[in-house]
Design a protein around this ligand. Structure first.
Ligand code: GP9
Ligand code: MN
Length: 643
């Protein structure tokens, strides 16, 4: 019999669908519940850390994808194990979200592995637990508690179909790949939009807001463990000896001039955001861009061939180089990767001399992992956003004007002698936020251009530096202090190079021109303007610490830099393998040697090849030291030798 047009009666169809649904729900309620509740909790947390600009639409997908990927792992287990697994992960994630919420409330930051491993350092702040943990935070755990009896009933009494291993694995793979690829796409996009964010984790908050808390912690764990795995092989003893001998050789000759000139004096160091050399002494439509710096450079020992040597850690690399005389990390940021290392930092040495050591900036305490790293760098006190009254905002945060005013009030109360390291903020990219906060330059042709905006931005900061230095002078502080000031890194990125070439009048730019434009001013101001003049030795940020060490008679061990006050020659090495000795510049990206006087390309010589090898050796040694915590070994060896 041929049946045509057979139709399932609607009520039968409905009941089939319903029973399928019922079965599906009974079989998978644990997974569905997990996905819904964790997504909800994670989005709730995201709302807490995004008081402004919160958008469910933006954060939903990466959060949902990460939760799906996690949930898929449970499918590897049999039914009972799966439910238990999901419960445990729910509990753990709830704990992480709970801890992150409390931590955020106080630190405006996210807990990372380096925070847990090394603790945090903060000065001038205090809080009690009840200020940071609200009763409502415990709601993160509510469902876990309610779930315990429910899970018992569910695992015992529900008649679930037990899928075969092959089915479970297939489903696991499908869900994992779906979740993983949605996340990978978002991470990929973020990497384009914020190039170094994922490898350096410089802004944990931003990363978390963009990817969700689950992804944030997974990335953090991935970064930390991949560095650990890469560095598992220890450095052979012979290589360790080679590194140690290199550093010992670098430590000779000991400083003879200026030695201990800073005895009993304070040391004030100002690292200026995006201060590049090309604006120094330059005027635009008859107005000086940096009149105050020009004035103070004239009263100081001014190094006019000083290069920044930073890599992807930008500001934090400038600090790392200047405070430790080590090279920045080859990939990622040393401040994020190595806070667990023993460091022979400037502050550590000043501490042994009985100085009070303080570092100050007006931005979020955890930015660049500073709250962790400053502890490793042995600062006694750390003041950042929380220790300041953010009464005026320019660009990223507290204005330089207010920062300097409040810093001045703090400095006056310090126990002398002190070492104080401060970092400015307002002249940060994109340089168009300073308008209306002081005199602006009449930019003429530069109006509306990137370089023009920068000129105005740095002009603002110059005014604030001028006021601060005048105040220190009037208060008699400069008479008892040595003051160092330098720029942290470039202001003009490569894609805006043409604007910079136009501003400095370079017609047919070469690699050499670009490289030579990467200078930042550095000055050392002595009491009563002593020793003022220009020093045109080629130099870099790595040389600051040995120079300071000589001035204050600190130990000069384990530094890659040179004491600039006791040498007639110097080589500046850059992270990419480029170097300059003032006569020749080797640009590694194109493998070209230049004569700096004639600007012509020159062939390589055995002497230049030797320098190139030396640069590469130094970078390798510095990496070995950081990756294998070798300073700890060296210092221990020294201590046993002494006994
Ligand atoms: C924030 C500031 C900025 O405190 O140092 O860092 P950057 O983006 O210039 O590396
Ligand atoms: Mn910077």
């Amino acid at each position: 019999m041929k049946i045509t047009n057979f139709k399932v009666p609607n009520n039968i169809k409905d009941s089939k669908i319903l029973s399928f649904l019922r079965k599906f729900i009974i079989n998978n309620i644990d997974i569905i519940y997990f996905i819904v509740i964790i997504t909800y909790k994670a989005i709730k947390y995201d709302k807490t850390i995004s008081p402004e600009y919160f958008s469910v639409n933006f954060i939903f997908l990466p959060v949902f994808a990460s939760v799906i990927a996690l949930a898929s792992i449970s499918l590897i287990f049999k039914n009972r194990g799966r439910t238990r697994f999901l419960f445990i992960v729910n509990f753990l994630l709830s704990f992480i979200l709970f801890a992150d919420t409390a931590y955020y409330r106080y630190f405006k930051d996210i807990i990372s592995i380096s925070v847990i491993r090394n603790g945090v350092m903060l000065g001038g702040v205090s809080a009690s637990l009840k200020d940071v943990i609200y009763p409502t935070d415990f709601l993160f755990f509510l469902d876990c508690i309610v779930l315990i009896p429910l899970i018992r009933i569910y695992t015992k009494h529900s008649k679930r179909t037990q899928p075969k291993l092959i089915q479970r694995l297939a489903l696991f793979l499908i869900l994992f790949v779906i979740g993983g690829s949605i996340d990978a796409t978002r991470i990929y996009k973020l990497n384009i939009e914020q190039p170094r964010l994922i490898s350096t984790m410089f802004n944990r908050l931003y990363l978390d807001k963009s990817l969700g808390d689950v992804n944030f912690h997974l990335l953090d764990a991935y970064n930390v463990s991949s560095t650990k795995i890469a560095n598992m092989k220890s450095v052979p003893v012979a290589k360790q000896t080679e590194i140690k001998q290199f550093l010992e050789k670098n430590d000779i000759p000991k400083g003879v001039t200026f030695k201990n000139d800073g005895k009993g004096k304070n040391l004030i160091v100002i690292q200026v955001e995006a201060l590049q050399q090309f604006v120094i002494g330059k005027s635009i439509n008859g107005q000086e861009i940096t009149p105050n710096l020009n004035k103070w450079l004239g009263k100081s020992l001014y190094f006019n061939n000083y290069y920044y040597q930073v890599a992807s850690g930008t500001t934090s690399d400038a600090e790392f180089l200047s405070l430790n005389s080590l090279y920045p990390a080859a990939a990622g940021a040393a401040y994020y990767l190595y806070p667990g290392d023993t460091l022979n930092s400037t502050a550590a040495q000043f501490n042994t001399k009985g100085y009070s050591t303080t570092t100050l900036n007006g931005y979020q305490e955890g930015f660049w992992n500073r709250n962790v790293m400053y502890k490793a760098e042995s600062f006694n006190n750390y003041y950042a956003e929380k220790a300041y009254n953010v009464d005026e905002q320019v660009g990223l945060g507290l204005s330089d004007k207010s920062f300097f005013n409040q810093t001045f009030d703090k400095i006056k109360t310090y126990k002398e002698p002190y070492y104080s390291f401060m970092i400015t903020l307002s002249s940060h990219y994109p340089y168009d936020d300073q308008k209306g906060y002081g005199n602006t330059l009449d930019l003429g042709n530069y109006k509306g251009s990137f370089v023009g905006d920068y000129m105005n931005g740095i002009h603002y900061t110059d005014t604030q530096i001028g006021m601060f230095l005048d105040k220190l002078d009037k208060a008699g502080i400069l008479k008892k202090s040595i003051l160092v000031l330098y720029g942290d890194h470039y202001a003009i990125p490569k894609n805006e190079a043409q604007g910079l070439y136009n501003a400095v009048g370079i017609k047919n730019p070469t690699d050499l021109d670009w490289s030579e434009l990467q200078k930042v001013p550095m000055m050392i101001h002595f009491p009563d303007d002593a020793n003022k003049g220009v020093n045109n030795l080629p130099a870099g940020q790595i040389d600051l610490y040995p120079t300071i060490a000589n001035l204050f008679n600190l130990q000069t061990k384990y530094m890659f830099g040179t004491d600039l006050l006791n040498t007639k020659t110097n080589v500046v090495s850059f992270r990419d393998g480029s170097f300059t000795n003032g006569t020749n510049f080797y640009v590694a990206s194109t493998g070209t040697y230049y004569d700096e006087k004639t600007k012509a390309k020159v062939p390589s010589t055995p002497e230049l090849e030797g320098m190139k090898t030396n640069t590469l050796n130094q970078l390798e040694y510095s990496d070995d030291i950081l990756n294998h915590n070798l300073l700890k070994t060296f210092i221990k060896e020294d201590a046993t030798k002494k006994k």
